[in-house]
Design a protein around this ligand. Structure first.
Ligand code: J2J
Length: 536
C-alpha cells in the first residue's frame, strides 16, 4: 500500500455521520454542469478575458481526459502539474480527476531540485507546464526532466510547445465510458511544507477532501452567488480548499483567477468581476490593507477576506476590516488536513486574536507536552490531530510516518498552540524545523544540503529570523573550510540559486561563523541559533 489510510471503523463512522458522501470531483462537476449548464464557472482574465460555463468546463475535462487516456495515462498514474493561475490548470486537473490519474501539485516557483524530486519520487508519467512563466522557460526544465527520469513519457505544454506536446493538441472525442475513481480512492498528491529535506507527498481522497470543502463552504457562506478571486497560487492547498476554487465550484459559484496577487493586478479585477471573497497570506493582507485607501478602486463587492498560512499579527488583523470594508476570517490550516476558521458570528476580539476552531465536530484535537501527555486546559503545547479529512500517513514514507503520526493515528502538526475557553486555537509557535516565510514553507535541511555541496563550505545551519513584513526570513550560518578562500554572502546565494531551487528558498541572509552553538548532545541547537539571530 502506498499510504496508511483510515481504519475501517473510522471510515464507517465518517460515512455514517454524513461527512463522506460518496462523491468524486469528476462526478461533482458533472452534476453541477447538468444542474446549471450555462452558469459561469471560471474566469481567466489575462491576457484576454476567457470564461467557461459549467457545461464547457465539464466538456473540456471530458475531452482532455479522453486525450490523456489515448496517450496511455491511466488510473492511478501520477502527473506533475506545474501551471500558474490559468484556465488550463483547472481543465487539466479535472481531466485527471475524471480518469483517476493523480495530479502532483507543483508550485510555479519550483525549479529543478523540487521538480526532479516530484518526477522521480512520484514515478510520474507526465509533466504539465506553461511555456514561459515569470521569465522562466519551463520547456527547458521539462527537457532535462525527461532526460533524467526514464518513466516520464510525456511533457504537455500550455502555449508554445517547443519540442514537446502542445496541451491544445491533446483533447479528443471520448471513446466511451471508462472506469473513474471511487470516492474512497486518492484524488491527488498535495505537497507538505517539509521539515526533513524534500517535500513529502500528501495523499488526499475524494471523500475526505470533498468533506473539507463543503464544511468550509458552510462556515464561509459560499453559495452559487460567491465570486471568488484566486489570488495565491492555485496549486496551494489554502486557495484550493479553504474554501478555495474547489469549494466554490462545489457550491456552483464563480472562480476568477488572478495572475498576480499585488493590488495593482487584483483591485481592478475585484471591481470589474464584482469579487465577493478571496484569501491571502498575512504579508499580502498587509499590503492590501495599506493600498486600499489610495487605490481608487471600488472594492465594495468584497464581503469576506480569509487570511492564513502564517501567523497574522493582531495589530494587522485589526486594521483589515475598516480598510477593506469586508469581514475578516482567520484560517489556520495544513495540506495534511485539519483546517480551523474563525466564524462569521465570532466577535471582533476572537477574530483578531485567534486562528479559529476546527471545521468538523469529529476533528479530534490534543494539545500535549514533550512526552505526549495532555497539558492542562488553556496551556500551550504540541498540537496533535485526527479526523475525517486529516491523513493517516504520507505517501510512500513509512519511516517518516512513524515520527509524524502517533501510534493511534494522530498527526503531529509541529505547531505549538493553546485553546481558548470557546475552543478557538491560538498558534503560539512551532516545534518543527521549518521556516514560514510569509506563508511559504522552507525545510532548512533542503537548503542546507545544497549549501553543503559548495566546495568551500564545511558546515551550515539555516534558521529563521523575525521579519516585520514576512514574519520570518531565512538566515544561513556558514562555516567555511579551514583552507577555503573567504566567500561573500552573495556568492552563497548565487550558488543556491544556480542549483535550481524555488527562489523563496534562497537564504535571505548569509553569515559566516567559526562555530555553531551546541546543545548537550552536540547537535546544532536551532532554537539557540534563532535566539542568537534575534538578538543580533
Ligand atoms: C499560523 N500558522 C499557520 C495561521 C497555517 C488553509 C490555510 C493555510 C494552509 C497552509 C492550508 C496558519 N497561523 N493562520 O493548507 O487549507 C502554518 C502552520 C501549519 C502550516 C501548514 C489551508 N496557517 N500555518 O498554510 O500545508 O505551521 O497549509 O502547520 O502550507 O502553516 O502549511 P501548509
Amino acid at each position: 500500500m502506498d499510504a496508511p489510510t483510515w481504519p475501517a471503523e473510522f471510515a464507517a463512522r465518517y460515512r455514517a455521520a454524513g461527512h463522506w458522501r460518496g462523491e468524486t470531483f469528476g462526478g461533482v462537476l458533472r452534476e453541477r454542469a447538468a444542474a446549471h449548464p450555462d452558469r459561469i464557472a471560471l474566469v481567466d482574465p489575462a491576457p484576454e478575458r476567457r470564461t467557461w460555463t459549467y457545461r464547457e468546463l465539464d466538456e473540456r475535462a471530458d475531452r482532455l481526459a479522453a486525450g490523456f487516456l489515448a496517450r496511455g495515462i491511466a488510473k492511478g498514474d501520477r502527473v506533475v502539474v506545474q501551471l500558474p493561475n490559468t484556465g488550463e490548470f483547472l481543465e487539466v486537473v479535472f481531466a485527471l480527476f475524471r480518469i483517476g490519474a493523480l495530479p502532483v501539485y507543483a508550485l510555479p516557483a519550483h525549479r529543478e531540485t523540487e521538480i526532479s524530486h516530484f518526477c522521480s519520487f512520484a514515478e510520474a508519467v507526465a509533466y504539465v507546464v506553461p511555456d514561459v512563466h515569470a521569465g522562466f522557460d519551463h520547456r527547458e526544465l521539462a527537457a532535462k526532466m525527461r532526460e533524467r527520469t526514464p518513466g516520464l513519457r510525456h511533457v504537455f505544454v500550455a502555449g508554445d510547445p517547443g519540442g514537446h506536446t502542445a496541451l491544445s493538441e491533446v483533447p479528443c472525442e471520448p471513446a466511451g465510458p471508462f472506469d473513474g475513481p471511487e470516492p474512497h480512492e486518492l484524488a491527488f498528491l498535495q505537497l507538505s511544507g517539509g521539515t526533513t529535506g524534500l517535500s513529502k507527498l500528501i495523499p488526499r481522497t475524494h471523500d475526505d477532501y470533498l468533506y473539507s470543502l463543503w464544511g468550509s463552504n458552510e462556515i464561509c457562506g459560499v453559495d452559487e452567488d460567491t465570486r471568488f478571486l484566486v489570488a495565491l497560487p492555485a496549486a496551494h492547498n489554502f486557495p484550493m480548499s479553504s474554501p478555495g476554487w474547489l469549494g466554490v465550484l462545489y457550491a456552483g459559484g464563480t472562480v476568477v483567477l488572478c495572475p498576480k496577487p499585488d493590488p495593482a493586478t487584483a483591485f481592478p479585477l475585484i471591481e470589474r468581476e464584482r469579487i465577493t471573497m478571496t484569501g491571502l497570506v498575512p504579508p499580502l493582507a498587509l499590503v492590501w490593507t495599506e493600498a486600499a485607501a489610495t487605490a481608487g478602486h471600488d472594492l465594495s463587492s468584497l464581503e469576506l477576506m480569509l487570511v492564513g498560512g502564517a501567523k497574522y499579527s493582531e495589530q494587522a488583523a485589526r486594521r483589515l476590516e475598516p480598510a477593506l470594508g469586508c469581514r475578516l476570517m482567520q484560517v489556520f490550516g495544513m495540506a495534511e488536513g485539519l483546517v480551523n476558521y474563525t466564524r462569521l458570528d465570532d466577535d471582533t476580539e476572537t477574530v483578531v486574536t485567534t486562528q479559529g476552531r476546527p471545521i468538523s465536530p469529529d476533528d479530534e484535537i490534543r494539545i500535549v507536552d514533550d512526552a505526549d501527555r495532555d497539558v492542562p486546559e488553556g496551556e500551550f503545547g504540541h498540537l496533535l490531530t485526527r479526523g475525517p479529512y486529516t491523513i493517516r500517513g504520507y505517501w510512500r514514507a513509512p519511516d517518516h510516518n512513524l515520527r509524524a503520526f502517533t501510534e493511534d493515528g494522530f498527526y503531529r502538526t509541529g505547531d505549538i498552540v493553546r485553546r481558548t475557553p470557546t475552543g478557538h486555537l491560538v498558534v503560539e509557535g512551532r516545534a518543527k524545523d521549518q521556516i514560514n516565510r510569509g506563508g511559504e514553507k522552507i525545510a532548512p535541511e533542503e537548503v542546507e544540503n545544497i549549501i553543503l555541496a559548495h566546495p568551500s563550505v564545511h558546515d551550515v545551519s539555516v534558521v529563521s529570523v523575525p521579519d516585520e513584513y514576512l514574519g520570518e526570513r531565512s538566515l544561513a550560518y556558514v562555516i567555511l573550510r579551514a583552507d577555503a578562500e573567504p566567500l561573500k554572502p552573495v556568492a552563497v546565494k548565487r550558488f543556491v540559486r544556480e542549483r535550481g531551487i524555488a527562489a523563496y528558498k534562497v537564504p535571505d541572509l548569509v553569515e559566516f561563523v567559526d562555530v555553531f552553538p551546541q546543545t548537550g548532545v552536540g547537535k546544532i541547537s536551532k532554537k539557540h541559533l534563532r535566539s542568537v539571530a534575534e538578538q543580533s
